[in-house]
Design a protein around this ligand. Structure first.
Ligand SMILES: [Zn+2]
Length: 105
């Protein structure tokens, strides 16, 4: 990922994702383990490794990692926008990290 793209992205950790996704967090490991890789055309059998997690400017969760088979970059977005509560929790996470803890974006 180029530095420019990271503008406005807030780094979060898995615990934050658990909070944001709530019950849907049970799908998180499936998302990590069953990713599609553009390069080796794996049919959702690539595992995302060495990933970092961000909240983007629209409060969607962004997983930025690498394919375990070919090491090509894999980006996955978990949309929170459609689910009002998840979106609210994402906004709260951003508020706490940026306003209260002073984390830089
Ligand atoms: Zn791959």
């Amino acid at each position: 990922m180029k530095e420019k793209k990271q503008f406005g992205l807030l780094k979060i950790i898995e615990e934050d994702v658990a909070f944001i996704m709530c019950k849907s967090f049970k799908y998180f490991s499936a998302i990590i383990k069953g990713a599609y890789c553009n390069k080796c055309k794996s049919t959702h059998t690539s595992k995302i490794v060495n990933y970092k997690i961000f909240l983007d400017s629209t409060n969607d969760v962004l997983i930025d990692g690498y394919c375990d088979k070919c090491n090509h970059e894999i980006l996955r977005t978990i949309e929170t926008g459609e689910k009002e509560e998840a979106s609210e929790r994402a906004a709260i996470t951003r508020l706490v990290k940026v306003d209260l803890l002073g984390q830089k974006v």
